[in-house]
Design a protein around this ligand. Structure first.
Ligand code: GAP
Length: 516
């Protein structure tokens, strides 16, 4: 059995081999934590975005979209708090000259304790078998108790240091825990410093006339600064939402786990503006709606969980993450935040403009409160890939790699194949493809044996393979082979459209989301 780490490596390799994700500018040895999406990746990504966009803007008459620029007036980021507080605590090792996030070094140390505890428990489980009582063992086994106590003490000390923004204490924890640099193996650490994650550039041509601007670290601010524009021109009534999909940039110091943490990534964000006092009701509503959106894809209900934040940002009065079970554990894919009226009030203060809404029903003006749903396209992509990838052992000793992608998201919906490259079969296959291509992304393949062609389509997650054979001309039928079961059916050519539509139409999922 492959470990989770080995499986993850295989998924990363698969993404490259089959045109889903490539390292950026790879011929120059790539660029850290920046990736390009290939011919299949871009289709899958576009399908994810379409699924999100339509679930927001089609299913809700009170949600509209925008597409704001990446560059924004620099005061935007002063007002939002990003200039002053969008920081990570950094530490350098003087011997290796490598830079690390102090919080990540400590979190890795906590994870080491967790691993030790898990190993001890695993050993005991094997030893005691059926009768093993984990809770009792944790309380009574001295070694396990010691690991747990150390872990808890470290966690409490770390949480306090982060909460108090105490950089000296973070360094002291690293020293006390005897954490070494993985490269040099030494404990020759600098002090911990704050490092702002925003990328900067200059706009304008002359050195003195140029203005320092930032690449946006989130798309949300493009929505807030357009609140009045959209509300007035769209005659929107509170409650209403503004949705946006777009690139965001963060100079992440620790870039790991493939496309999980990138320096250039894409977000799908929606800000929902509500009456003050009604925000917690809407927060609950959006939590449930978003979870239903995820679950409707069928990746496995047990792979999702909420992680409610105990420590809230000063402007938030509720926050949760939707976490997904990746090969490296449950990880945040989406954040849902009740952001009060912080952002609109800050932009009103910094711009000097009144940003309020006149509520005709209450006959009063107020600054609306905001519920935000924010999901990373790339993390969503990764969760879909990780849960779809399977290496199957087949009867007869054969193996296949199959991507069980939700058909709605699959890059290619069907591949049309002539059984042989002669006797008019290619022409018939192309005729069928030319009919289907108006509605679906379809492919054509006539090279190699039919078995090899099936494998190629399995590896990119194509739900249907359609084979044209010598009987097709006589009976007007083709063989449809299903990706997941590998079963085959003989079906009429005129039924193909319906079969593919039924399986790949997002409408079926939308109905599920709204009916629950
Ligand atoms: N406007 C709120 C906001 O940006 P966030 O929790 O910082 O909140 C929201 O980011 C989502 O964006 C995350 O849940 C994650 O899916 C995605 N995301 C954040 N940083 C990322 C990165 N470096 N690489 C890939 N995705 C990222």
């Amino acid at each position: 059995m492959a470990t989770q780490e080995e499986t993850f490596k295989k998924i990363v390799a698969h993404c490259k081999e089959y045109g889903f994700v490539f390292p950026s500018s790879e011929i120059y040895d790539g660029l850290g934590a920046v990736y390009d999406y290939g011919q299949n990746g871009v289709e899958l990504k576009n399908n994810i975005k379409r699924y999100w966009w339509d679930a927001m803007t089609l299913l809700h008459e009170n949600i509209v979209g925008i597409d704001a620029a990446i560059f924004m007036h620099p005061t935007t980021w002063k007002a939002s708090g990003h200039v002053d507080a969008f920081n990570d605590p950094l530490i350098d090792n003087r011997d290796s000259k490598k830079r690390y996030r102090a919080d990540v070094l400590i979190e890795d140390q906590i994870a080491k304790y967790d691993e030790k505890i898990a190993k001890e428990l695993e050993k005991a489980r094997k030893r005691f078998g059926e009768s093993f009582d984990e809770e009792l063992y944790k309380q009574t086994n001295e070694r396990v108790r010691e690991h747990i106590e150390k872990r808890e003490a470290l966690h409490a000390r770390y949480a306090k240091a982060m909460n108090d923004n105490d950089l000296a204490e973070l360094k002291q924890i690293i020293l006390d825990e005897e954490i070494v640099c993985p490269i040099s193996g030494t404990r020759n650490w600098t002090d911990v410093r704050q490092f702002n994650l925003m990328f900067q550039t200059e706009m304008g041509s002359t050195a003195d006339g140029a203005m320092k601007i930032y690449l946006r670290p989130e798309t949300a601010q493009g929505i807030f600064v357009n609140f009045l524009n959209v509300q007035k021109t769209g005659r929107m009534k509170v409650p209403f939402g503004i949705a946006q999909i777009g690139k965001a940039f963060r100079n992440e110091i620790v870039a790991r786990q493939f496309i999980f943490r990138m320096r250039e990534f894409e977000q799908m964000e929606m800000q929902f503006f509500v009456r003050p006092g009604e925000e917690l009701k809407w927060f609950e509503h959006w939590k449930q709606f978003r979870l239903r959106w995820h679950k409707a894809l069928g990746l496995g209900d047990e792979k999702y969980r909420f992680h409610d934040h105990e420590k809230l940002a000063h402007y938030a009065n509720a926050a949760t993450d939707i976490e997904f079970l990746m090969p490296f554990g449950f990880k945040e894919v989406e954040g849902i935040h009740s952001r009060t009226n912080f952002d609109l009030s800050q932009h009103a203060k910094f711009s000097g403009k009144k940003i309020e809404y006149f509520d005709p029903e209450l006959n009063q003006s107020y600054t609306p409160y905001v519920i935000e749903t924010s999901i990373g396209v790339d993390r969503m992509f990764l969760s879909v890939m990780c849960s779809s990838y399977e290496e199957q052992q087949l009867e007869g000793g054969d193996t296949r790699v199959v991507l069980h992608l939700p058909p709605v998201l699959a890059p290619v919906k069907a591949c049309i194949m002539p059984l042989v490259k002669k006797d008019g079969l290619p022409e018939k296959a192309r005729e069928i493809m030319n009919e289907l291509k108006f509605d679906f992304k379809v492919a054509y393949d006539e090279k190699d044996s039919i078995g090899k062609r099936y494998r190629r389509q399995d590896a990119v997650g194509t739900p249907f393979c359609i084979t044209v054979d010598h009987d097709t001309e006589k009976d007007g039928c083709v063989t449809v082979r299903y990706r997941d079961t590998m079963e085959q059916d003989r079906v009429k050519i005129e039924d193909l459209h319906d079969i593919i539509r039924k399986a790949t139409d997002p409408k079926e999922l939308y109905k599920k989301i709204v009916s629950e």
